[in-house]
Write a protein that binds this ligand. Structure first.
Ligand SMILES: *[C@@H]1O[C@H](CO)[C@@H](O)[C@H](O)[C@H]1NC(C)=O
Ligand SMILES: *[C@@H]1O[C@H](CO)[C@@H](O)[C@H](O)[C@H]1NC(C)=O
Length: 195
């Protein structure tokens, strides 16, 4: 147990992953994610009320060209009911450089609201409480991208999406950038800000 703990600490100290431990695919480059003025450092524990609306995303230090696909996947954290699977919180296509910057981030925007519109984290109440992970993955979008027929029900139903399988079916290469946040199960904070 002690060795296991030390080993995990060492692992955390030496890896550059922007995705949670054990999540596949693992990604090293940071996707900048802002909810209002809050910058998401990978793994940040945040209130449900602060993440109700879709974030601003982008990258620092690189000027992208072309189109990108953003997936946001909810995954129960350690200690969760193992039977609970993934939830697709967003799948948004056609992200492209906007020419605008926020805090040095080259902001990417899209007019698309699909294939799956954004819905904010809302982890169910559990005893004991534990944080759920919400992972952002930015992929290069292939020309003529469409949700593969075998993935349509997972995308519209949003439950149990298998991202590595989706990537294979849709012909996506590995994600270029990623990030993740955490929300505590049963967080029922009221919205503090609303447009
Ligand atoms: C991420 O960084 C680790 C540690 O430097 C490296 O072993 C791994 O290959 C990198 N992964 C990717 C996908 O670049
Ligand atoms: C600006 O971005 C850096 C990372 O590039 C981050 O550490 C910092 O918190 C951000 N600040 C604001 C005000 O968004």
């Amino acid at each position: 147990m002690l060795f296991y703990t030390i080993a995990s600490l060492l692992l955390v100290g030496t890896t550059f992953a922007q995705t949670p431990p054990g999540f596949t695919p693992s990604v090293n480059k940071t996707l900048d994610v802002y909810y209002g003025s809050t910058y998401i450092t990978p793994g940040l524990l945040i209130k449900k009320s602060a993440v109700a609306k879709a974030p601003v995303i982008g990258v620092t230090g690189e000027t992208l060209t072309g189109k990108y696909l953003l997936a946001m996947i909810g995954k129960p954290g350690q200690g969760a009911n193992a039977k609970r699977g993934t939830v697709l919180h967003a799948l948004l296509q056609d992200f492209a450089p906007s020419g605008q910057t926020q805090n040095g981030t080259n902001v990417l925007t899209t007019k698309a609201t699909g294939p799956a519109s954004y819905f904010g984290p809302a982890p169910p109440a559990e005893t004991p409480k534990h944080p759920h992970n919400y992972i952002f993955l930015l992929h290069e979008q292939p020309a003529n991208f469409a949700v593969p027929s075998g993935q349509k029900s997972a995308v519209s139903g949003r439950m149990g999406i298998d991202w590595p399988k989706f990537m294979k079916d849709a012909g996506l290469s590995d994600p270029l950038y990623a990030n993740y946040l955490q929300v505590q199960s049963g967080d029922n904070t009221k919205r503090e800000w609303q447009a």
